[in-house]
Design a protein around this ligand. Structure first.
Ligand code: SAM
Length: 345
């Protein structure tokens, strides 16, 4: 398999369109065209993706190549001269556009240059990074070492959104894909929304583009993430809806103006709930993220909300992803009626 970007072309018009883009040399001939009931998926060479995305929806995915062996098999064959490495080589990786991210066993670090080059060649990546220690700190900064190539900026295409960012500066939680999709599918017609932890626009962009929201205030404290947020708002054509704000969300001004608030942060989320209570309208909805022991998430959500507002209704709770043994990341959708006396910081 090979990671590529496909142009999604309706089957009814596919014949002449595919002929035309093949004739202009924009199709990746080492990857196979695939199809489902409604579309043909045509693999596009990376240098033509931007140009053709004005005409077709682009989706990322795996394409069959002419070589039927798996990339893992081909990587092992290429590194067979280093038998000491074979049992420690990563068998999984993540793509951000044409950048590959590996979780590398420390036992491989001495040979990281050759490992980086082989993964880049087999997987068709411009850059390979090793994820050393995951994310940390208030800004959730990644800890990445570049082991092949130099360009660490790319674009991740997901559900009709372009997320541009630098993988060495900003995190991207691939495990939150379903939640980003859920934000895209909300009906927020006419609403004013506040995203208190906007990052590069993880939730802001799908919600602003597809949910019908009137305004989204996207607040981000880290200047590096904020720069990408501003660029992504422009590149996804949502400048008329999204107002990026570089600030600590507790310093946002205003009272009772938001129909909906996104709190996409974990572990210290409750510290920010008083600010959310100040901004939410009576009857508004808060999407509250946090990590809890699996055995006690329901009681913990109740205790957080009962400490911060007088009247609330938990509309639903879903597990976003597993976080640690016996601990999961949850999101609770909570309709709140803040009381003036208890919710005014
Ligand atoms: C990385 S996101 C969390 C993950 C994200 N919800 C997702 O789906 O991948 C959290 C963001 O909140 C930002 N942040 C942390 N504290 C903040 C604060 N007090 N005000 C505004 N932004 C904050 C961080 O810089 C970071 O970009």
């Amino acid at each position: 398999m090979k990671r590529v970007v496909f142009a999604k072309i309706p089957s009814g018009t596919a014949g002449p369109v595919i002929k035309e883009i093949m004739g202009s040399g924009k199709v990746d001939l080492h990857a196979k065209i695939s199809k489902d009931a409604e579309y043909r998926y045509v693999p596009i060479l990376p240098e033509y993706v931007d140009e053709l995305s004005a005409r077709f929806e682009m989706v990322e995915g795996d394409a069959h190549t002419l070589d039927r062996r798996s990339p893992q098999e081909r990587i092992r064959e290429r590194l067979s001269g280093h038998p000491e490495l074979l049992s420690q080589l990563p068998d999984k990786w993540e793509y951000v556009g044409d950048i590959v991210i590996l979780k590398m066993d420390p036992g491989c670090y001495d040979q990281k240059e050759i490992i980086g080059r082989v993964y880049a060649e087999v997987l068709g990546a411009k850059t390979v990074c090793a994820d050393i220690r995951g994310v940390s700190g208030e800004f959730r900064r990644p800890s990445m070492e570049v082991i092949y190539g130099t360009d660490t900026e790319s674009v991740r295409l997901e559900n009709g959104i372009r997320y541009g960012f630098d993988v060495t500066k900003v995190m991207f939680a691939s495990g939150n894909t379903d939640e980003r999709m859920r934000m895209r599918n909300l009906d927020c017609a006419g609403e004013t929304v506040v995203d208190m932890f906007a990052g590069i626009g993880y939730f802001t962009l799908p919600l602003a583009k597809f949910s019908g929201a009137r305004r989204v205030f996207a607040c981000e404290k880290n200047p590096e993430s904020y720069q990408f947020l501003v660029r992504n708002v422009r590149d996804n054509d949502v400048s008329d809806v999204v107002i990026p704000v570089l600030a600590d969300n507790r310093d946002l001004l205003g009272r009772a103006f938001a129909d909906r608030i996104l709190m996409g942060y974990v572990q210290t989320t409750s510290d920010f709930l008083p600010a959310a209570m100040r901004m939410i309208k009576p009857g508004g909805i808060i999407h509250y993220h946090d990590t809890f022991y699996i055995s006690e998430y329901r009681e913990r959500i109740d205790s957080v909300f009962s400490a911060n507002c007088e009247d609330y209704e938990v509309l639903g709770i879903r597990e976003v992803k597993s976080f640690a043994p016996s601990v999961s990341h949850y999101v609770a959708d909570v309709r709140v009626r803040p009381s003036r006396s208890r919710c005014s910081p």
